[in-house]
Design a protein around this ligand. Structure first.
Ligand code: ADP
Ligand code: ADP
Length: 227
């Protein structure tokens, strides 16, 4: 079975004059371990597609399955990493505290679960992961003290540190200058080599999609759909 199966998915926002079909009849199977890019112009539903997989939105028709389960059930048993467009770090926690937070939250959640629930995974060496992306000297700094590129690297380490089964990335490099972007693309691929995660990477850059992924899904707007 594929890691992600999207079958006839439809998503509508708003009603009446504000009604907008964000996704129309989307079919997509993503095998486990694949690195898929999703490209298309602004407004074609790329973020919505990611948010359906991440259980941040629900479909209006059709279905989304992650490892054969609903996204809600999958979020309970599997690790889903999400790198949003803006890094969304907690500004009052230093870098090391930010990247270890998902692990600490998960550990607490799995302690509360009944017997039979999957155990929390051991946390990898987050200090080493931070050093790997050039943040060795920034571990004890607060996010507002860091550049945009550094903050984006923190968000990526935070997601990778979960050892996610599925890694969802929403234009993670789009706000960065060309030089920082190229460097981070390389670092992502290096880190990627050490994981078995299935990646869905949203971008509006054809170059980036071709460079990073082994499959490219192209979308078009009005209504948002795969072409
Ligand atoms: P993309 O990521 O490709 O830019 P989105 O998934 O963000 O596309 O948006 C698809 C369409 O749905 C756009 O027309 C957008 O304006 C609309 N949309 C997205 N989120 C919402 C929302 N929460 N409420 C209303 N409309 C939305
Ligand atoms: P601990 O759990 O070890 O007490 P905290 O989670 O309180 O650490 O803080 C983590 C990091 O964030 C530390 O570097 C601390 O100095 C910094 N920090 C915590 N709260 C604030 C705040 N309100 N303003 C600025 N920095 C803060």
């Amino acid at each position: 079975a594929p890691a992600i199966r999207i079958d006839g998915a439809r998503k509508v926002y708003g009603t009446g004059s504000t009604r907008m079909v964000a996704l129309h009849d989307v079919e997509l199977d993503i095998p486990a371990g694949r690195f898929v890019s999703v490209i298309g112009p602004s407004g074609c539903g790329k973020s919505t597609l990611l948010r359906l997989i991440a259980n941040l939105e629900a479909t209006d028709a059709g279905s989304v399955e992650v490892f054969g389960e609903s996204p809600a059930a999958a979020c309970d048993g599997k690790h889903i990493g999400f790198v949003p467009q803006t890094p969304a770090l907690l500004p009052w926690l230093n870098v090391l505290h930010n990247v270890t937070l998902p692990h600490r939250v998960n550990r607490r959640a799995s302690r509360k679960r009944k017997a039979g629930a999957s155990a929390a995974r051991p946390m990898p060496d987050m200090e080493q992961l931070l050093r790997d992306v050039g943040l060795g000297d920034a571990m004890h700094k607060l996010p507002p003290e860091l550049s945009g590129g550094m903050q984006q690297r923190v968000a990526i380490v935070r997601a990778l540190g979960l050892q996610p089964d599925v890694l969802l990335m929403d234009e993670p490099f789009s706000a960065l200058d060309e030089f920082t972007r190229e460097s981070l693309q390389g670092q992502l691929l290096d880190l990627w080599d050490h994981t078995t995660a299935t990646v869905v990477f949203v971008t509006h850059s054809v170059t980036e999609a071709v460079r990073l992924s082994d499959q490219v899904v192209v979308m078009a707007p009005r209504p948002g759909r795969i072409v």
